[in-house]
Design a protein around this ligand. Structure first.
Ligand code: F0G
Length: 468
């Protein structure tokens, strides 16, 4: 008998289902499902600092090096030999003094969590380890997702590494950064460029998976979110299991923020940590559904009785105005986040806030992230931009301990980065003005120089004397 089961998130329904069922939503009430456990029977460590220390993977498998499965005690829905892995979760929690100064908090109290160091270059590998494990358990041979690029790169990598799973990915045509598209193509995924944006691709993939019996790995899949919980365990581990005051992360489809909330309140509810951090979820102002619906429309978790009318009205308004998500942070260019309700629950439990930041603020923050030696893609920098805004507004106290999550690698989407550092203002505005980008005040401009020893040495001497 498995310790795990699936459970509807709506407390008024609370239906539960066997883990061997493939259910994109609750068949009874249509809400999202969680993976839940019989906690009384689980082999939890008595001290939180023992989490992650007991690798129980049979020797030789990739799972032996998995930064997801070493926390298997907190996601015991599969037997060790069933676990899918491409060696994910070897990420770093870094001190980042320059980014700390940009956020406005003390250097010793600030960290960046680099999830871009996963094998496919984004945090998605954490969750894909969970989803593809479940896909294997139920005998699926084809898996699909809609994606702004990172989920699809991760699925494509896991599927090709498995040698037996076919990946089909739905991309909003023209809505994907080249680094990510190149991964899906290279790893051999069937790549559908759907005329439309992510929200359209997400709607279609759900219909297609239901009709064709294809395994869906978008974050409506609760097994994916189980894998994504492990980012929080690694953050806490990196802080010697001291709970920070704030976790700040970007918000797109809202799977990550939802899973962070679940990871943390499960630890708290089962006595493994003594306090909960606060959670800040940061949209781009070009795709601000969470921020607007929480701050302007007052939508709340409300004990699970979420006001569906507010959500329906909000989406009807988008349709009436013909408003589409539009941000250069293409990873979070999403206006209809499928995990909205789970994220509301996480905000409720973690006394969280939602906000949005401009694309200009995202690019400026991104330049500061990279000054500490590891870069990120634009969407990821929403977390640092968001932390800065919250410190400026006094929501985050200057003495707080803050962890910003960086979700994707710098090389995923180098276009805007190169433009930011090398274009003059006129060209920057011509290319990125549609996103509200006007300046690049933190640019590191490349220096054109003649092919001559004398000229090159002159430039270098000038640079060195400026350094003094
Ligand atoms: N950052 C990056 C780099 C992402 O790729 C995504 C989501 C997010 C943040 C937002 O995370 O959806 O959990 O709120 N990318 C998805 C994709 C949508 O298809 O790759 P979220």
């Amino acid at each position: 008998m498995s310790l795990a089961f699936q459970k509807c998130i709506n407390p008024a329904c609370a239906a539960d289902y066997d883990i061997m069922q493939v259910l994109p939503k609750c068949p009874k009430c249509g809400n999202l499902l969680d993976v839940d456990y019989d906690w009384e029977k689980m082999a939890l460590p008595t001290r939180v600092s023992d989490l992650g220390k007991v690798p129980d993977w049979p020797s030789g498998g990739l799972g032996a090096v998995s930064g997801v499965w070493r926390f298997g005690a907190m996601l015991p829905f599969a037997a060790p030999e069933q676990r899918a892995s491409i060696g994910e979760g070897h990420t770093q929690l870094r001190r980042s003094p320059r980014a700390a100064s940009y956020a406005g908090v003390k250097s010793e109290n600030f960290r960046l969590q680099y999830e871009g160091l996963n094998p496919s270059g984004s945090f998605k590998d954490n969750g894909m380890a969970g989803a593809l494990t479940h896909a294997g358990m139920v005998g699926a041979s084809v898996a699909a997702c809609a994606s702004t690029g990172n989920t699809s790169a991760s699925l494509a990598a896991f599927a090709s590494a498995s040698g037996r799973m076919r990946a089909i990915i739905f991309i909003g045509d023209g809505k994907i950064a080249y680094g990510k598209l190149s991964q899906a193509l290279d790893y051999g995924a069937v790549t559908l460029l759907v005329k439309g944006d992510f929200d359209d691709a997400m709607a279609r993939v759900q219909e297609v998976c239901a009709e064709e019996g294809i395994y869906l790995v978008n974050s409506v899949n609760p097994f994916r979110l189980e894998g994504q919980k492990t980012t929080m365990y690694r953050v806490l581990e990196g802080l010697d299991w001291q709970v920070p005051d704030w976790i700040v992360c970007p918000g797109g489809n809202l799977g990550n923020s939802s899973s962070f909330g679940k990871a943390l309140y499960e630890l708290y509810d089962h006595g493994l940590i003594k306090k909960l951090p606060r959670l800040a979820v940061v949209n781009s102002s070009g795709a601000p559904t969470l921020s607007r619906i929480v701050n302007d429309k007052g939508l709340k978790w409300n004990g699970g009785a979420v006001d569906d009318g507010i959500i329906a009205d909000y989406y009807a308004g988008l349709d009436q105005r013909g408003e589409k998500a539009h941000t250069l942070a293409s990873a979070i260019e999403i206006n209809r986040p499928v995990n909205l309700k789970k994220c509301l629950r996480a905000l409720d439990r973690l006394n969280g806030v939602a906000l949005d930041v401009s694309d200009q603020a995202i690019l400026d923050a991104k330049a500061w992230v990279a000054r500490d030696g590891l870069g990120c893609e634009p969407a990821s920098a929403a977390s640092l931009a968001g932390a800065r805004q919250l410190v400026e507004k006094g929501v985050i106290d200057k003495d707080s301990t803050v962890v910003c999550i960086l979700t994707g690698h710098q090389l995923k989407d180098p276009h805007a980065t190169v433009a930011y550092h090398s274009y003059d203002e006129a060209r920057l505005q011509a290319d990125y003005g549609e996103f509200g980008v006007r300046t690049s005040q933190y640019a590191n401009h490349p220096i054109p120089v003649a092919n001559s020893l004398g000229d090159i040495v002159d430039v270098i001497r000038r640079v060195r004397s400026d350094q003094k």
